[in-house]
Structures are given as structure tokens and as C-alpha cells.
Design a protein around this ligand. Structure first.
Ligand code: ADP
Length: 271
């Protein structure tokens, strides 16, 4: 009987303390693991919320401009020239809204879901050569010196030519936008071990070191007023980064305020 009583006491002790402690440990572990599992969804939700808020904020100002100009233009015309200016303002603002909407659509459409199938090997040299011609034609209008240093031999990799083109266009457009007249913009392409390296160098206004960690964030602009004047929404670099990362590449920047910037894209030479 004694040994039975000891056994029963031990079972009662276990039921009184052991079971609640076990359930407690299971509960805490479950809560911790649940939180861990939820973290990516929570982050994605917060990003989506931020993205929607930023996009709405960017669209609010141009919509207000269009509305106020249209309302005044609808009044009995006093000066036809003024009315024409208002209509021109509406067209200009609508164009910039259209650019913003296209960029937003691009980001959401290509968010982690680039079509992998049907990708053909493309010659990076050929893509950049045609881009270089386009930008060389634009340079004199801005009194810029533009030079492209591309190898003679093809550099092949498997990617969507139009998307790669878009990434480099965004970098070149920025170099042109943020380099004052008589400045220099260069486009380089070379291979380094198993990577194709594209560099866009300018000796323009440069980027403050405190802004460098953020410039690839969506809607980030170093100087909102300056970027607004040049028509930028702070999406160009985010788009370039999204494209490059999708192909397993990396985009980096080196910049000195007042001296210029070098943006570099490295893409793995996979076929
Ligand atoms: P934006 O459309 O405003 O140019 P981006 O995403 O392309 O947006 O660039 C983000 C910010 O980085 C820009 O607002 C600009 O201040 C800065 N930036 C980008 N490229 C350059 C450059 N080559 N020289 C100086 N500043 C640059």
C-alpha cells in the first residue's frame, strides 16, 4: 500500500505542477513560433500599407493641380493665353501622373514574379550599344559629355532584354538629370570573374552619405524639391534594383557630394 501511495503522490504532484508547466511551455513556444511565422506576412502587410500611403500621397498633389487648373479654365475666359497655359499645365501634370502610375504598375506587376520561362540568352553589349546611341544623341541638348566604353565581343546572359534595358535607362536618366551642364557621364561594361559589370559614372551633384543607404527605397528622394523639379518620384532606383536582384545580381553605389556618383550593376553570367 505504501509504495502505491508514494506512486499516487508522485502522479498527483506531476498532475498539479508538471502538467500546467508542460502546457505553459507548449503555449509559450507556440506563441513564439506563431509570431515568428507571422513576421514575414506582417512585414509584407506593413510594406503594402506604406506603399499605398506613399502612392496616394504622390498622387494627391498632381490631382489637386489638375482640378484647380480645370476649374479655373472652365470659367468664362478672360485671357485666352492664360487659359492655354492652364490647359498646358493640366497636360504636363497628367503626363507626370501617367509616368508615376506606369512605375507603380511595373513594381507591383514584377514584384517577385518575373517570367522565367522562355528567357533567351541576350548580348549585353548589343543592348547597351543601342542605349548608348540614344543617350549620345540626348547629351548635346544638355551640354553633357557622354562616352560609352563597351567591349567588342558579346557578353551573353539569360535575361529579359527589355527589363535589363530599363534598369540601365533608369541609371543613365539619373546621371543625366543630376549632372549639370558641361559635366561628364560614362557608361562602362566589362566582365569580372563570373559577373558582367555595368557602371554608370557621372561627375554631377553627388549624394550625401547619410542618404546613400536609402536611395534604393521606393519614393525616397534626396531632395524632394529638386527631384520634383526634375520630375522624379523616387521610384527609378527601386525599379532598377528589383530587376537586377531578380536576375541574381547586385546594384551598388559610390558617391561623393559635389563630386559625382558611380552606380554599378553586377549580373551573374549564367546561361
Ligand atoms: P528620382 O526619380 O527622384 O530620380 P530615383 O529612385 O531614380 O528617383 O533616385 C532616388 C534619388 O537618388 C533621387 O531623388 C536623387 O536625389 C538621387 N540620385 C539618383 N541618382 C543620382 C545621381 N546620379 N546623382 C545624384 N543623385 C542621384
Amino acid at each position: 500500500m505504501n509504495s502505491l501511495r508514494i506512486g499516487l503522490n508522485q502522479a498527483r504532484l506531476f498532475l498539479t505542477f508538471g502538467v500546467p508547466v508542460t502546457f505553459g511551455v507548449i503555449g509559450i513556444t507556440g506563441w513564439f513560433l506563431g509570431g515568428l511565422a507571422m513576421r514575414p506576412s506582417l512585414r509584407a502587410y506593413q510594406q503594402l500599407q506604406q506603399f499605398t500611403a506613399d502612392a496616394s500621397h504622390e498622387l494627391r498633389a498632381p490631382v489637386a493641380t489638375v482640378l484647380s487648373n480645370a476649374q479655373v479654365a472652365l470659367m468664362p475666359p478672360e485671357d485666352p493665353l492664360e487659359q492655354r497655359l492652364r490647359l498646358q499645365n493640366i497636360v504636363q501634370t497628367a503626363k507626370s501622373m501617367s509616368t508615376l502610375i506606369n512605375d507603380l504598375l511595373f513594381l507591383s506587376r514584377h514584384n517577385g514574379s518575373f517570367a522565367e520561362t522562355g528567357l533567351k540568352p541576350v548580348d549585353l553589349c548589343e543592348i547597351l550599344r543601342s542605349l548608348a546611341q540614344d543617350f549620345a544623341a540626348l547629351a548635346p541638348a544638355q551640354s553633357l559629355n557622354f562616352n560609352a566604353h563597351l567591349p567588342e565581343h558579346p557578353i551573353m546572359l539569360k535575361a529579359d532584354a527589355n527589363l535589363l534595358k530599363q534598369a540601365v535607362i533608369n541609371l543613365l536618366t539619373n546621371a543625366f538629370k543630376y549632372t549639370p551642364a558641361d559635366g561628364k557621364v560614362e557608361l562602362h561594361l566589362f566582365t569580372q570573374s563570373h559577373y558582367a559589370v555595368i557602371q554608370v559614372k557621372d561627375n554631377g551633384i553627388g549624394i550625401p552619405s547619410t542618404d546613400l543607404p536609402h536611395i534604393f527605397d521606393r519614393f525616397y528622394r534626396v531632395d524632394t524639391v529638386r527631384s520634383r523639379q526634375t520630375g522624379g518620384f523616387g521610384l527609378g532606383l527601386a525599379i532598377a534594383q528589383q530587376i537586377v536582384q531578380r536576375y541574381g545580381g547586385q546594384i551598388t553605389v559610390n558617391s561623393m557630394l559635389g563630386q559625382g556618383s558611380t552606380f554599378q550593376i553586377s549580373l551573374p553570367l549564367k546561361l
